[in-house]
Design a protein around this ligand. Sequence first.
Ligand code: ISL
Length: 555
Amino acid sequence: MTVDEDVWWKNVSVYQIWPASFKDSNGDGVGDIPGIISTLDYVKSLGVDVIWLSPMYESPQEDMGYDISDYQKIHAAYGTMENMDNLISQVHKRGMRLILDLVINHTSVEHKWFQESRSSKLSPKRDWYIWKPPKYDVNGNRLPPNNWASVFSGSAWEYDELTDEYYLHIFAKGQPDLNWENATTRQAIYDEAITFWLEKGIDGFRIDTAAMYSKDQTFEDVSIVNPNCQWQPCISMYQNGPRIHEFHKEMNEKTFSRYDVFTVGEIGSAGVEESLKYVSSKANELNMMFSFDMLGIGIGRPPISKDLVRFKRVIKKNFLLMDEGDGWSTFYLENHDQPRSISVFGDDSPKYRERSGKLLALLQTTLSGTLFLYQGQEIGMTNIPKDWPIECYVDIESKNYFNENGMGSLDHINQLARDNGRTPVQWNGSKNAGFTTGEPWMKVNDNFPDVNVQAQEGDPKSLLVFWRRCLKMRKLYKNYFIHGKLNIIDENNEDVFYYSKQSGDRYAYVALNFSRSRQKFVNHSSKNLQLLISNVPCSDYQWLEPFEGRVYLNE
Ligand code: ISL
């Protein structure tokens, strides 16, 4: 690799905490910051180095905190600024680091900037958001300025009677897009949302929707891809837009580069060349990125076997950013926007849940890129049971989707909904899984008596204990697993994922059976292999059991 292997943020493992569902300390049914503080020894014990905390800022919670009304206040249900200062120091005291979510494509409608902006066309902050006059059809009916659809359904424009104009909201109505063309707005974002927190000593940011700030300024209609809908997907008008790299360079220069911190941008879709513009070490934009290439693979047909070849290609592309480019990347299988990985890439039936979870742990801890683990993933939390009615889904995206598509869409929602990753963390087998002593804001997954932290702590064969071993192994052999060159072997094999991670003339050899059937084990290396770790003890060397994974060293 041409990259500097010793940069600290390449070697860390990150644990994501989504506050509403992590741990409630005061019995109001909502997770909170004191609850997080009470679990820090547990988090540290996993072997992770950094915590990424999803939005804990003041917010009306139309989109679970991704609609911020004040960057410098804490959402009351989560606690106070004093609690937050305490969290920062308690995390540091344990030798870990803390990064926050940076949501600056949009604010909440309740943010004072928006309140001022909407108050009058003459407001000095009018231009801080994107306002356009209505269009009228031949019959004089008022229409939005163009046919762009919001990500969360309906038009991307909302009419405001007060000034007879529409504002743009790529996400919910309560999330108006900031106007990044305005340099004063950008500086206010840097000062209020970024530098304020860097000065408090946090260690970086996960940057929300980081490819979306630069909109195509023509604001023209997009071509019609869904003839039955009035509003059309408009990603081409904002994704990797004309000034996006200029904005990132400026933001980095004026904020992050002045501190010892790292940034990870939620980029979504971008080819290798475009991705490198963000994460090449020469670009001075972001340190690493999340791509969405993996989304959709495996969904609806567990196990992943038939999609395994696609899965391998995505992993190979991700690796190109680090190997042939001079950039860095991430590897994640879950976050708060995704269904649970065992349900998508493994098999969540009681028979294979634990084993396929361990297989995914082996995959994740042997691939390069900064590792991101999501709350509950370490104990194998799974998707929402198929028989839950729509009332149990609370996310704005699921609710809007159901309202537009009706009862027939429930199956689809069950597979894809963000709610799957948002059920409360299962701490023990007592009422509400030990998440709260009150009424949980979101229903706890029915499998908590079997799947919980306490039960797994006491079982040396558990997934939790296995994750700890894997995370330790990743660090111990970081020359292979974090920095080694990836060679995918037998790429068209639809059942087994074989690869090596090479460091100099030595390598680790990995064999992962993603199918529900036994597969012949093939040693593609010319040398003797020494088993480092596997998820099926004492299996037959010649065969890989269903969902068996093994990691060997060749030394
Ligand atoms: O979650 C998605 C689809 O299910 C994505 O389209 C998602 O909206 C997109 O990845 C942007 O996500 C981020 O910004 C959103 C917020 O709702 C997500 O939770 C956040 O991760 C708006 O701030």
